[in-house]
Design a protein around this ligand. Structure first.
Ligand SMILES: [Zn+2]
Length: 311
């Protein structure tokens, strides 16, 4: 392990882009460039893979606030209902009784399904268009801010969920530390992210092999695509289960459950096909502990659960 560490990741602003000089997960400055054309870097100490340089916060907020950005979510609402019910069922296995905060809640479909199971639900979302749809469609008042900017009292939530949020935010470690502060002792955080690096079906799977074999080969993934508004997503981080586990542990959580996020939203024969594909990967994961599915699911608990009982 290198002993080189930086206090904060160094950020240089240039034309809607920024560059990092330190790892966001472990703060190491031992950063290895995987491919300059694809803007992909990897921390030599903890293995965290991230886009660098990458779009800055203003560029990302603008991207997700584009009009029509969530039209397909509204159009596919029925298929997405099934997706949210699957996730809710998984969440309810380990949730803490009480309230729920959903970070990056999108158009609010999850909170709409979840609110019957919690004393209160709240959501944050940076996209102006998504917040508007959540209000119109589900009557939800979503805070259009990052949770780091909201003046929420510490230890005020029992559950925090982040469904495919962590890969989009500039500082995932900081976000998880804030979630830790917002949770009561013993509170539950559920995190789902793409399994970009290791999944069989992932576009980044070659990268996974390359990390082990030939780290400097070409790979066609460019964060800059998002700058032009042609991509549907901007992923700044590319997590593996190991890196996500480390990030959560460093933020003060203990892992309660690890698995596969049933993220697919399909209907008809595709729903059946992907359901089968998901089931096969679950079996592989249960037997081997190896996740080659497209997504990662982790349930984590804020340490110190007995403190609440004493207070
Ligand atoms: Zn690192």
């Amino acid at each position: 392990m290198s002993t080189a560490r930086a206090e904060m990741p160094g950020i240089v602003m240039t034309d809607g882009l920024e560059a990092l000089s330190a790892c966001n997960v472990c703060r190491s400055v031992a950063i290895q460039q995987l491919d300059p054309e694809c803007n992909l870097c990897r921390c030599s100490d903890c293995g965290y893979v991230f886009d660098n340089p990458r779009p800055n916060e203003q560029t990302i907020t603008r991207f997700y606030s584009q009009r029509g950005k969530y039209d397909s979510w509204v159009r596919d609402a029925a298929a997405r209902d099934a997706l949210w019910k699957r996730r809710l069922k998984m969440l309810l296995r380990y949730h803490a009784p009480g309230n729920l905060l959903d970070v990056g809640t999108g158009i609010g479909q999850f909170l709409h399904h979840a609110r019957a199971h919690f004393t209160e639900v709240a959501g944050t979302e940076i996209s102006e268009s998504a917040v508007r749809i959540a209000g119109e469609r589900y009557g939800l008042e979503i805070q259009q801010r990052r949770i780091e900017e909201l003046r929420l009292p510490d230890a005020s939530f029992d559950n925090v969920t982040l469904f495919h949020v962590l890969e989009h935010v500039p500082e995932p470690a900081r976000l998880m530390r804030r979630c830790h502060q917002l949770l009561r002792p013993g509170g539950i955080a559920v995190i789902a992210v793409p399994n970009d690096v290791l999944a069989w079906g992932s576009g980044l799977k070659k990268l996974g092999k390359r990390i082990a074999l030939r780290p400097f080969q070409k790979f066609s993934r460019v964060a800059g695509i998002a700058k032009a508004g042609t991509s549907r997503e901007i992923h700044l981080s590319h997590f593996t289960p190991v890196v996500l586990r480390r990030l959560l542990t460093h933020a003060g959580f203990e892992i309660v459950e690890e698995g596969l996020d049933p993220y697919y939203a399909a209907s008809g024969v595709w729903k059946l096909a992907h359901g089968l594909y998901y089931a096969v990967h679950r079996v592989i994961f249960k037997l081997s502990g190896i996740n080659r599915y497209e997504t990662i699911w982790m349930t984590a608990r804020k340490k110190g659960e007995f403190t609440r009982l004493l207070n």
